[in-house]
Write a protein that binds this ligand. Structure first.
Ligand code: S3P
Length: 178
């Protein structure tokens, strides 16, 4: 596969699960950006945000994304929920000719997963905070190449079969709507 595919969307939309399965189907390497950040810094994104602030975390996130893209091994990359929101990251993604897939899952579904995951998400600690962020980010997620609206209860295989034929390997600027 020439160009990697990045999977974006709000916290709890299922990016990592879908990206891992897609990579398996395409027989390419899966990279989880949050895990790469943890491997690189020895701290989770949640720890970095809490201890050093979001701004410092975003710098590390961009550096890690650049490294992952430069390494050229990743076939499918699961971004953290805020990575796509940063213009510098979208530029990088575009520069490397990646297709971007937005998993558009209703807020209530994302929130119930955030609540039950037991994972610290410092930018989504309260429902009000998460809901405001969700609304604010939607127009930016919309800039992704491929829009995949989901109800949130689809089978993983069905999600993959929606995404697979839509992946454009040649023209990252091409805008598609589902
Ligand atoms: C963030 C989402 C998290 C993680 C960090 C910031 C965000 O990833 O990168 O806590 O800004 O939405 P997930 O989307 O995998 O929860």
């Amino acid at each position: 596969m020439a160009q990697p595919i990045v999977i974006t969307g709000f916290m709890g939309c299922g990016k990592s699960i879908v990206a891992r399965a897609l990579a398996q189907h395409l027989n390419v390497i899966f990279v989880d950006l949050d895990e790469s950040i943890t491997a690189r810094t020895g701290r989770t994104p949640a720890q970095l945000i809490t201890e050093d602030g979001e701004h410092a975390f975003r710098r590390i996130e961009t550096d890690t994304l650049r490294e992952v893209l430069q390494a050229g091994e990743a076939g499918v990359i699961a971004l953290g929920g805020g990575a796509w929101i940063e213009a510098a990251n979208r530029e990088l993604i575009n520069q490397y000719g990646c297709s971007s897939v937005w998993l558009d899952v209703p807020f209530e579904v994302c929130w119930s997963r955030i609540e039950t995951a037991g994972e610290d998400r410092p930018l989504g600690r309260t429902k009000d905070q998460a809901a405001a962020l969700y609304e604010r980010r939607r127009p930016v997620y919309q800039l992704a190449t491929i829009h995949v609206p989901l109800l949130g209860h689809e089978e993983l295989d069905d999600v993959i079969s929606v995404i697979k034929p839509r992946i454009t390997r040649t023209n990252a600027d091409q805008k598609e709507h589902f």
